[in-house]
Design a binder for this molecule. Structure first.
Ligand code: FNR
Length: 183
């Protein structure tokens, strides 16, 4: 049976991003269940509605990458109690032009990691609101707010023993979520 194709969207452009490390660890943990593709958002221009009828190639590539997926995982930090602007920019690009929302109908899960105890919870709630507008069914439970501590990832970039099973349960639930909700 063909593996489900999952688009991984990372909400941080930082070179040493914890959320990028988290995304990579999820890929290692779940590569037998899914075929992953990173949907990169760092090269996108700032969204401008004037461009809706002549989207640039990089925007068209973003939209094509989304459409090719069975499901999506958003791995994002929280910035100032909300989602990073780069992620909102990508969501807006993918939603346009009117009637051509590429995100629509793609089952998704949200996850994030932060050094702070707040651990992306508020950002994820904001993201859920935006995704509801975009007709993206987001997995409700289990929620996954991770606090980063030294040693969270091992030297090979895998989850440490303390968190591996915990995240694997979330991955397994997401697998069922995609199968149930994909169009
Ligand atoms: C943050 N950070 C942060 N953390 C948090 O838990 N809640 C927040 O509201 C914010 N706000 C915030 C704003 C801005 C502009 C920055 C740069 C950072 C801290 C953030 O969680 C931390 O820098 C993470 O390491 C960022 O994620 P990456 O880049 O490591 O993936």
């Amino acid at each position: 049976m063909q593996k489900l194709q999952i688009g991984m969207v990372v909400g941080s452009l930082r070179k040493d991003s914890l959320n990028r490390q988290l995304a990579n660890a999820i890929v290692k943990l779940a590569q037998e269940d899914f075929s992953f593709k990173f949907i990169e958002i760092g090269q996108l221009p700032l969204y401008n509605q004037d461009d809706d009828d002549h989207q640039t190639d990089v925007v068209k590539a973003l939209k094509a990458a989304i459409v090719a997926c069975d499901g999506l995982i958003f791995v994002s930090p929280e910035y100032n109690r909300s989602i990073p602007g780069v992620l909102k920019n990508a969501l807006d690009h993918g939603s346009r032009p009117p009637g051509k929302n590429s995100w629509g109908g793609k089952p998704a899960a949200l996850i994030g990691i932060s050094p702070s105890a707040v651990g992306t919870a508020i950002s994820q709630q904001h993201l859920r609101g935006v995704l509801a507008t975009l007709d993206v069914p987001t997995m409700c439970q289990p929620e996954m707010f991770l606090q980063y501590k030294e040693g969270f990832f091992d030297k090979n970039g895998n989850f440490n023993e303390g968190s591996r099973d915990f995240v694997k349960k979330w991955v397994d639930r997401f697998s069922r979520w995609v199968v149930t909700n994909k169009s």
